[in-house]
Design a protein around this ligand. Structure first.
Ligand code: ZN
Length: 116
């Protein structure tokens, strides 16, 4: 069964519909908790760690970010992210610059798994 809705996405910089998905980050937070569990899947590696929630799109809850690289934007521009953010009972889909995951104030990984 296919639900109604959905549409093609376009690059927020150049309006091209051609891009690739990269790193996926899920942010899990119990409402208003100071600590956020981040699960990152990047190519063949997944990482689970506790963070301060600095890069979580939501200030209060759990969210999702998909890193995007555009085929048409000039090379050298940083990737950006499509985020799915919950605030109260409303859900927003937004674009943002990709944060540098190495700059996050995070604990050492609780788990790292590599495929293969
Ligand atoms: Zn673009």
């Amino acid at each position: 069964m296919q639900l109604a809705g959905g549409s093609l996405l376009y690059c927020p910089r150049c309006h091209s519909p051609g891009f690739h998905h990269g790193r996926i980050t899920a942010y899990q937070r119990i409402e208003d908790a100071k600590q956020v569990t981040e699960i990152t899947i990047d190519r063949d590696c997944s990482t689970l760690r506790l963070t301060d929630g600095q890069y979580n799109p939501s200030r209060r809850r759990q969210d999702l970010a998909i890193q995007i690289t555009c085929d048409e934007c000039p090379s050298g521009l940083p990737p950006f992210e499509l985020t799915i953010d919950q605030h109260k009972s409303a859900t927003s889909i937004m674009w943002r610059e990709s944060p540098n995951p190495n700059a996050a104030k995070a604990s050492p990984p609780l788990s790292i798994k590599q495929r293969g």
